[in-house]
Design a protein around this ligand. Sequence first.
Ligand SMILES: C[S@@+](CC[C@H](N)C(=O)[O-])C[C@H]1O[C@@H](n2cnc3c(N)ncnc32)[C@H](O)[C@@H]1O
Length: 205
Amino acid sequence: MTSITEKIRRRYDRIAPLFDKMDRMVDDKYRAELIGRVHGEVLEVGVGTGANLKFYPENVNVTAIDFSPRMLSYAQKRAKECRAKVRLVQMDVQHLQFDDNTFDFVVSTCVFCSVPDPVAGLLEIRRVLKPEGRLLMIEHMLSDHFPIAIALHLLNPLIVRITGANVNRRTMDNLRMAGFSIQDMRFIGFVDVFRLIVAAPNRSP
Ligand SMILES: C[S@@+](CC[C@H](N)C(=O)[O-])C[C@H]1O[C@@H](n2cnc3c(N)ncnc32)[C@H](O)[C@@H]1O
């Protein structure tokens, strides 16, 4: 692990006991909608304390990874109450230890704000997705509205220091750079900051 990845991982270990009280960013109705689309083999990256786990149907196999062992220890409790078969593994999304073309769906909710090299993580997701697979995301990112974007840039250093998350990531650009096409995107919640995204891996030339 690079030193920056290790630093961010330690921040999530530190906030893990408080995370569920601090984090009310995404309404459960959007999580349920996103997870309602999956079937087959599913990879959830940055599962955190397992906020999405209760929404998986029973007929899917879920592999859920996170680089923070402490966040995973909270997810472990939720996995026991889950209808689907869930396997939790400590792993860095920037270095996935799965074969190419393994998963039908990859899910990420509020993860690519803190992955140190987001394009590297997205390239890894593209590698492990089947060619017909889909990446399903709910992510917050930099607003396209100038005054909001300025505010997010100004707030970013403080928020990174406390939580490890960036509020000014250009996630739509990062997806394109990693070879994804946007199939569907809509704003949820506060202006254009939170977005529900369905992305498909481009075929290699
Ligand atoms: C803001 S939390 C979101 C947790 C959960 N997805 C949710 O919606 O509540 C971000 C999570 O991503 C994880 N994470 C960040 N960077 C990661 C990486 N490089 N590899 C794996 N997990 C990562 C953090 O440990 C943390 O659990």
